[in-house]
Write a protein that binds this ligand. Sequence first.
Ligand code: MSP
Length: 639
Amino acid sequence: MDKSKKFYVTTPIYYATGKPHLGHLYSTVLADVQARWHKIQNINTFFLTGTDEFGQKVAQAAEKANKDTKAFIDEFIPAYKNLWKNYEIDYTHFIRTTDTYHIKAVQQWLSDLMQKGDIYKGAYEGWYCTPCETYLTEKDFEKDVKNPLCSSCERATQWVSEECYFFKLSEYQEKLLQFYKENPNFITPKERAAEVVAFVAGGLQDLSISRTTLKWGVPFPGDEKHVTYVWADALNNYITGIGYGQKSKEEEFQKWWPADMQILGKDIVRFHAIFWPAFLMASGLALPKKLLVHGWIKVGDQKMSKSRNNSVDPQGLYEQYGADAVRYYLMRQMAITQDGNFSLDDLEQKITSDLANDLGNLLQRMVMLADKNGISEISARTWTNQEKELKEASDEMESVFRKEMNRGFCHMALGAVWKFLNQSNAYFHQNEPWLLARSDRDAFHRVLSATCYSLRAAAILLWPVMPKKMEELFLRIGYPFSLDVNHVAVIGATWDGVFTLQKGEPLFEKPELKNQELDNVEESTKIKEEKYITIDDVIKVELRAGTIIECEEVAESDKLLKMLVDFGEQGKRQIFAGVKKYYSPDDLKGQQGVFVTNLKPRKMLGQESQGMMLTTKDAEGTVAMVRPGKNAVNGILLQ
Ligand code: MSP
């Protein structure tokens, strides 16, 4: 372990008002990838995540559910922890803001700042947004508006008028501006920094940091009719989670603070880039080195969120595609600088083209070819210019990857790996090793060997994103992997090792074609003159008439509609069909169609499709449902 270096990374702490959705997973995978990127270089790493459990938003959600607040929150914690486990999120500590050590440390922090004069008592009157847990400032709305909407989430705000404690935020305006100037990479990407600087330059008001109208919060020290404003409590998790305020953990805290990278979504940049540094300045603590601000995952044009009811359940994706493929998709598809759309079609396409074809196939073809020719051990050869070029490309990949990962641009880093994988695939195919196996054994070995080095280099860099799959790849080429060496340094080393190959299943499974229903129908309706089937084959397929009694869009898919189909005495079934482009749910409701009812059920987005709707496709590619004859009885068998 390189003791001279350390890496401390954090995620935002999530409001414990529901199960985690894909947006939460995205922030967390970004942090996990950063942590692993340092672990694989044998750097001592601390990764903090957790839940934000106080404040009006949480209290209101519990009240709505008619539950005791703490009991309500407790129910969601396993959902977070299990999901993180499934997705290989290897955090060091999970903080809950209701943890006693956190509450005590926040109270100590408040007392210290009160003593220093950075916190004072006053009165607050103004607009408050509960979903964002934020006070509107004068800059946030037009003066003559009656009940302004929140400038961030655009929902209605409430008028708050109460005695409260203030933090002297206004005193930090110049210091903050100076800090941003001296640390131009503090807020990454740059576009986000510009917004923050403009906001601060426009003037800062003191910040109300306590509430009297709310009970669910950290009690204010010395004045218990107040509770702490949730952001003043929550932001401090980044220091209390590593020992701040606990005597026995002072050394630990000194070791990890300041954070090297704090990951957050663009909706909470103001809190992290203005309040948080000001709080730290007031406490005399160093500021984090980098805030990595990501965009939103959207469905259609909208931010994915629980309140918009358009959130994708990451557990369903995990069950269908596995953790590594989803992690890869999130890291590759989402550019850190932008919002990105989530679509199942894209996800499946990326799994097929990038993972199964470019990466998995290269490994599979190489190992199978070696096996077919009785080779399981491959040692280094004398390299020709071709391999030297490939090695240079590998070094180039490593250097671009390092630069991009260190600034937090994971999608760019992955782009460099795929550029190299394309070069490696081209090298493999151009050399036609399947012919060399017969004509030139030495050259054959050389191509296999160089391909092993390429795969190893790519897999080392991909391990932070797809740990399980890459460990499988290491096993298949016999590369010993444990976290006590700097593997990234191995990439640039001379190519002079031995690989031991092992046969196995393809590394990535190609997802079944999304609209299998459609495709199957296309296949079965194609007249294949050369291939007749027998009557036995025909009667194997159970076709029944059924009425679509419910139908809705599947938000995460461009093609799927979800239907509930009534088959009379045969019961009702949930069936997905790839006809969203051609029918709206209302078009289909009440319509009778023809369905294959003995098709093996398959999972789509974690839900079961229990049949397949028959359709036709005309010359223009327009799809239409097949209908049974007039007034067919639901459930009747078509023969
Ligand atoms: N509790 C506060 C954070 C306190 S940190 C001291 C909070 N919680 S949250 O649950 O609403 O959101 C947490 C994180 O999830 C934020 O970084 C937010 O941007 C991210 N996401 C929530 N929905 C998202 C998307 N649709 N897309 C990407 N990330 C989004 O804010």
